[in-house]
Ligand binder design. Structure first.
Ligand SMILES: [Zn+2]
Length: 126
């Protein structure tokens, strides 16, 4: 999964928040708009925010299935011909101490608070 895809999906969801969340939308909309307005979007924060609620998690999965980008480093024209981007790659979270790695396949999927040894928060691997 590419950051651009997540941002694009989040932008669509931002516009749909009132439909998705009803009266609860205001607070989420404010936070999400602020995140998306930055020059460099903190994708992890966007994922964290949209992952908090089942409605926005489901919407994110839906949007990501729809959004496809031409690979940045693919040969010119190749993606346009096949119409395929690369398949969604898992995002990995890793423990800095023991190297325990946890793959996340869908945006909003919960990440364990720690490795099995309890070393502390897992950090996203870029
Ligand atoms: Zn560990």
């Amino acid at each position: 999964m590419r950051d651009e895809e997540i941002v694009a999906a989040a932008q669509v969801i931002c516009a749909r928040l009132r439909v998705l969340l009803g009266e609860d939308a205001a607070g989420v909309e404010e936070r999400l708009s602020a995140l998306l307005a930055r020059a460099v979007v903190d994708v992890d924060a966007v994922i964290e925010l949209l992952g908090r609620r089942e409605e926005t998690r489901a919407a994110m999965r839906e949007e990501l299935a729809r959004v496809r980008f031409v690979p940045r480093d693919g040969p010119p024209g190749f993606a346009a011909v096949t119409g395929l981007g690369d398949p969604a790659a898992p995002i990995f979270y890793r423990c800095g101490e023991c190297g325990y790695t946890y793959p996340v396949f869908e945006v909003g999927e919960p990440v364990p608070a720690s490795c099995q040894e309890g070393h502390g928060p897992l950090v996203r691997v870029e």
